[in-house]
Design a protein around this ligand. Structure first.
Ligand code: FMN
Length: 323
């Protein structure tokens, strides 16, 4: 079985620049864009281009890794129309979000709330599948449930019956939020029952976690999110043949990476968003680079990237030391 590694969609964190950087470092077969939240209309092309600028370059990152466009909403016909439009714009695949735990999203009938009704997953996936050209794959991403895990298999079967080519499962309920642990053991019965590939997701921070997750879940395919943001070399470490051969790579310098990313997000010309993205990333880096924890405390109230980068420069050498 050929295992694939997918870079998780992360709204406000994994944008085109982060995708470019992480896929260049290596290890990933696929990316998924931040979600496009649809409710009543078909969005103009500009919305899709903003969240997935790769649509202008053949739907791939500069390292050549495809980026599937993620759509989120509760109205099947609107989801279908937007998905068809994304495909028309060149999306190499469409992913459907049934996992978002945000209260405002759930209150408006989208994301993880839909997991209470497997028939709605079926309805949305099949409407999208029917609207998108055959050659464009449609996949779904869900959690194990909304408040409990009782409908996990029903939801997974509904996504498969609707025509999803693949299903990613974040191994927690909406209620469990992002609290460790991730319940990889719940993925095994889903994997065993479905004919389509099941992609395991949640709480993979190291190569050892990756191996454990595959063993416990029985899933060959895995998606990683926060782990690779905290440790940009993780994709390469995972895809190395052995941990030892992974260690032989020359890991990217974190200070240099922050500089590259900051230079790139400049182009977004939206200072509060730009600063927000840098802060989120530096916060997560604290898991691998202890000095990033103090750095985060120093920058969390700063509003411009110039001020943040001045602090980054001050932390300098210390920031380079991984735990
Ligand atoms: C800040 C943040 C933003 C996220 N945005 C999205 C999103 O846009 N679409 C989605 O399906 N999941 C989103 N997720 C969930 C992740 O894709 C992933 O399922 C989750 O973080 C668990 O995986 P991890 O432990 O590898 O991070 C987000 C998670 C975080 C922390």
């Amino acid at each position: 079985m050929v295992a694939t590694l997918t870079l998780a969609p992360m709204e406000g964190v994994v944008d085109v620049y982060m995708r470019d950087m992480l896929t260049e470092i290596g290890g990933f077969d696929l990316c998924v864009s931040e979600f496009v939240r649809v409710s009543q209309h078909v969005y103009p092309a500009s919305v899709f281009y903003q969240l997935c600028p790769e649509l202008r370059t053949g739907g791939k990152t500069s390292a050549g890794v495809p980026v599937h466009v993620q759509i989120m909403g509760g109205e099947a016909s609107v989801m279908a129309e937007n998905a068809a439009f994304a495909a028309e714009l060149g999306a190499p695949g469409i992913d459907l979000n049934f996992g978002c735990p945000a209260k405002t999203v759930n209150r408006h009938d989208a994301g993880a709330t839909l997991l209470q009704w497997p028939e709605r997953l079926y309805e949305i996936v099949s409407a999208v599948r029917g609207a998108v050209p055959r050659e464009v794959p449609v996949s779904a991403k869900m959690r194990l449930g909304f408040t409990d895990k009782g409908l996990a298999l029903d939801n997974a079967l509904a996504a498969e019956a609707g025509g999803a080519i693949k299903l990613t499962v974040h191994a927690r309920t909406k209620l469990e939020g992002y609290r460790p642990p991730a319940h990889w053991e719940y993925l095994r019965p889903i994997r065993e029952r479905l004919r389509i590939p099941v992609v395991a997701n949640g709480e993979i921070w190291t190569r050892a976690d990756y191996e454990k997750c595959r063993e416990v879940s029985g899933c060959a395919d895995v998606m990683v999110g926060r782990g690779v943001i905290a440790r940009p070399s993780l994709g390469r470490e995972i895809c190395a043949e052995t941990p030892a051969s992974g260690a032989a790579f020359e890991w990217p310098d974190i200070l240099e990476l922050i500089g590259i990313y900051q230079g790139k997000i400049r182009e977004m010309q939206a200072p509060p968003r730009e600063a927000g993205r840098l802060k989120q990333w530096i916060k997560l880096l604290g898991r691998t680079y202890p000095a990033a924890n103090d750095l985060f405390l120093a920058i969390r109230r700063l509003e411009t990237t110039e001020a943040i980068m001045a602090e980054v420069a001050r932390t300098g050498r210390e920031l380079r030391t991984a735990a």
